[in-house]
Structures are given as C-alpha cells and as structure tokens.
Design a protein around this ligand. Structure first.
Ligand SMILES: *[C@@H]1O[C@H](CO)[C@@H](O)[C@H](O)[C@H]1NC(C)=O
Ligand SMILES: *[C@@H]1O[C@H](CO)[C@@H](O)[C@H](O)[C@H]1NC(C)=O
Length: 440
C-alpha cells in the first residue's frame, strides 16, 4: 500500500467544514442569479412557438447528406428532395427558432425578421436636450451580425396566444398583443465580489446567467401609447421604411435592457429595437415575380433580399468538405436559411426556377450572394478570420450578374399568399433555367 495517498484527517475535516460553510454562500449566489433573472413563469395564455424535441439538424454533418440517396421511381433511381429543417428569425441577426411546421405569407415565413435592432448614426453624440434640427442629422440604421457578431448570442422566443392554455383569457395583455416576443441575452460580468462569485458560479455550472425581456409581439394602440413607442424611419440597405420604435437607450422605460444589450453587442451608439409595420413592409423587385404575375408585389419585413431563403444540405456538405483542413464543421445554420432540404445533388438548386413544396408552389427568384456573415459561428458568435468566405470565393462565383461574389442557396417567393410548410414535405421541381443576379 506504499502508493496509497496519505489521508490527513484534520485536513479532510477542515475542508469538509469549509464546504459546509461555503454551501449557503453558493445557494445565495444561485438564488441571486436565478431569482434575479427569472421572470415569473411564462407569458400568460400563450404557448411557445417551435420544436419540442431536439433539432432536426443534429445529424447534419453525417456523410449520408454529402451524396444524397436516390429512391426508385417507376423503375428508375431518382433524387427525392424533401424539407429537413425549418427556421424563423424573429429578430434580424439574432438566434432563430426551429419549427416543425409553419405558415408562409406574402412577406415570407410568418414571424420571420419582424424585429430589428438599429443604432443611431451621427457625427456626434445625441442627448435628450439636443436641439431638434441637430437631431434630424441623426439616422437610425439597422444592425447586423456581419458587423456585430455577438448578436448571435441573443436568443429569441415567440409565444403565441393559445386558448388551450390554463392561463388563457381574452383580457390578457399577452393575448391582446397577439403574443409575446422574448429576448434573452447573456448577463455581463459584474465587477468586485459579485463578479468573482459569478465567475465561480459560471465555472461550476458551465452556465452564463441570462437576462430576459418581454415585449408585445403586435402592440395594441393602448400598449403603443403606454410605452411611448413611436413611428420613425429606419435605414435598412437602400430602404428607409417607417417602423415602430419600441424603445431606445434614450427612452427611460427601456434604457436598462438596451444599455446592457449595447455592451453585449459592442455598439457604442444609442440602440433601439424596431418592429416592422405590416402595411409598410418593403417591396421586393429585382429578380422577384411582379404584381402582374402574382396579383401582389412580393415584400419582406427586415429580411435582406427575398421573402424566403432555401438551402441544400448537400451543397453545404460539399462546401464544408473543401474548407481549409482544421477549420470547423460547416453548419447550414451559418447561412441563416428558412428551409434546409436534403435529397438533391449538391448545387442542383442553382438552376431551379419554380418548385412545389408539400403541394404549394414557389418561384425560385434568385441565387443568394454570400457576405461575410457565414464566418460567424452561430453558437459562440465568434468570427472566423477566413472561412467559409475563402472557400466559397474559390469556386462559387457562378452568377454572371455578380462575378465577384460567391453564391449559395436561393431566394424564393411563394406563389400564394397563404401556404403551409412542414418538415418532411416533398419538393417537386417544376421548372429549371438560368439565373442572373440583379444587384441592389
Ligand atoms: C409513375 O408512372 C405512372 C404511370 O406511367 C404515372 O401515372 C405516375 O405519375 C408516375 N409517377 C411518378 C412519380 O413519376
Ligand atoms: C474573402 O475571400 C476572398 C478570397 O479569398 C478574399 O480576397 C477576401 O479578402 C476575403 N474577405 C475577407 C473580408 O476576409
């Protein structure tokens, strides 16, 4: 037994006592974090939107998606594309919500990109008593993960009114506002003793405490009045739609949460959260089918180019296999699609013009030209210095409309203003042809 550890009873006893003394401290710390950041239960009368089970993307790196299987159709082997995973991103550039099924409306998937953070761009800081003519030099401008990659850490939930909920009542404010948007963001590290304790807590539990904010999904006139939400212009790409400003770092009632978010995002200008006004959604032209064809002009809320973005998992797997060795496993989530499908050869979608998904028709309007956003890890918010931008640029500059930029995925417009879509839906290709990217 020469190798056995010599047990020193007095040390054991004292460390036991130390633990015993430390235990209530830990309980207090735990209560402090969970008590402080947890709001009472769930939004009243509502159910949370999204998957109840694990993500349909947990096996997205499996090699079976690299070269898709074919299935026998009338004696010949054919690819069988179908929907693997569905996503909406209620707040532009923040984390999305995975769905089992969803509705498609004229602006794209219901609940997609309804909200957007914006910063007040100005040559000098603005304050409450800044003269109004000086204030008019300032302009709200949308924020994106391209620039502020830690926006990936901001989680979102949508809660929708559900008469089956035990707390449901038509009187609930949550029900009257058509549901609730929940924003969860990492709580910034405190300083001093509290900071030390919180670091200790994080290292033990592996969990960073989050703060939670709830906002009306579709604020009523009364809620707009009460919270002093205002209609204001906000610049997004070349549009300046009038949107509902649901709080700024300048407004007292939303100051705290937005100031904390400024720190999380790393934005020094005043920050605000905007909601699209449905009647002011941004019309889409370029490669989209026109009113004469559809009966209405397609539009988006705060989406970038076209109402729906679809991506082929086989194409993502192929790009992933070409990344510089040792980079990372390329997740389709980096491309922030609404629809991820399997069962087609890589890049088959490049030539799609019209498809049916689960019986509903869609125009495949345009290839998606990729920016640097896919370099951001959607889980950690960290930006990779070169990939996948480098690999995409090396072989995916395929569209004659923009030969300098790489394409992956397609922008789509639904042929009907009301469609349904579900995981497992079969995709049928109705028409293929050429594409030519039209710049913004
Ligand atoms: C298989 O063949 C039958 C008879 O020719 C045809 O009606 C059917 O549409 C075909 N099915 C598919 C999926 O092509
Ligand atoms: C993206 O990749 C291309 C090609 O490798 C490179 O020239 C360009 O600088 C990259 N962009 C950034 C911002 O890294």
């Amino acid at each position: 037994m020469g190798n056995s550890i010599h047990f020193e009873p007095s040390i054991a006893k004292s460390s036991f006592l130390l633990n015993l003394a430390f235990f209530p401290v830990m309980v207090l710390v735990a209560r402090y974090f969970f008590g402080r950041y947890r709001q009472d239960d769930h939004p009243k009368g509502c159910t949370k939107l999204g998957l109840r089970v694990q993500s349909h993307l947990t096996d997205e790196h499996h090699k079976r998606y690299h070269i898709p299987e074919k299935v026998p159709v009338n004696g010949t082997m054919k690819p069988a594309p179908k929907v693997k995973s569905l996503w909406v991103y209620p707040v532009k550039s923040c984390r999305g919500i995975e769905l089992e099924k969803g509705s498609v409306i004229s602006t794209g998937m219901e609940y997609d990109r309804l909200f957007c953070f914006a910063q007040l761009k100005s040559p000098f800081p603005v304050s409450l008593d800044t003269p109004s003519e000086e204030k008019s030099n300032h302009q709200w401008e949308f924020l994106t993960q391209r620039r502020f990659s830690s926006m990936a850490l901001i989680r979102t939930e949508i809660w929708i009114p559900d008469p089956a909920s035990p707390t449901y009542s038509p009187e609930n404010l949550e029900v009257q506002s058509g549901g609730v948007l929940v924003i969860k963001y990492p709580s910034m590290v405190e300083t001093g003793l509290l900071g030390t304790l919180s670091e200790l807590w994080i290292s033990i539990t592996g969990k960073r405490p989050e703060k939670v904010v709830r906002l009306p999904l579709n604020p009523t006139a009364q809620q707009i009045n009460e919270h002093a939400y205002v209609l204001e212009e906000m610049k997004i790409w070349k549009d300046t739609p009038v949107c509902l400003n649901m709080g700024t770092t300048i407004a007292p009632n939303s100051k705290l949460f937005l100031e904390e978010l400024q720190a999380v995002i790393g934005c020094t200008n005043p920050l605000a959260l905007f909601r699209i006004v449905p009647e002011r959604s941004r019309e889409v032209y370029r490669c989209a089918p026109r009113k004469e064809v559809l009966g209405w002009q397609p539009s988006v809320a705060f989406g970038d180019a076209y109402p729906i973005h679809i991506i082929n998992l086989a194409s993502v797997r192929d790009v992933g296999s070409k990344l510089r060795p040792g980079s990372f496993e390329l997740s389709s989530r980096r491309f922030r699609p609404n629809i991820i499908f399997t069962g087609s050869e890589a890049y088959a979608e490049d030539a799609w013009k019209r498809i049916k998904i689960g019986g509903y028709e869609y125009y495949v309007a345009c290839r998606t030209v990729r920016c640097l956003l896919p370099n951001v890890d959607p889980t950690t918010g960290e930006k990779h210095p070169s990939e996948p931008n480098r690999t995409l640029k090396s072989f995916r500059c395929i569209d004659e409309g923009d030969t300098k930029n790489a394409c992956l995925g397609m922008g789509m417009v639904a042929a009907s203003q009301e469609s349904e879509i579900q995981v497992g839906d079969v995709i049928e290709v109705l028409e293929t042809g050429d594409h030519y990217y039209i710049k913004q």
